[in-house]
Design a protein around this ligand. Sequence first.
Ligand SMILES: [Zn+2]
Length: 106
Amino acid sequence: MSNRKSELETLRADLKARLARYEAHQHREGGALDKDFEEQATQTQNDEVVDSLESEVREELVQIERALERIDNGIGDECESCGEEIDPRRLQVLPYTTLCVDCAGD
Ligand SMILES: [Zn+2]
């Protein structure tokens, strides 16, 4: 379990670094008014991609924080919904999950 915790902490640090890069990207590209239309179209697409990546990362971070909190409370192996023990193999694949396979529906 402490293994899972350090894995989650590493993952969290990675995601935070990615988030900082996305934010830097959004700020840097903000004032690009003198590009021709085609470039602007590409630019907009890039921004949309970065936006959706950014919100994905944010959601993952929320999930990781919650999983870490549950580990700290000694209930990291319990399903948040039904209270059953989460399959360790599932936790190995998805260290940030807080739901058992039945409740997650995947
Ligand atoms: Zn469950």
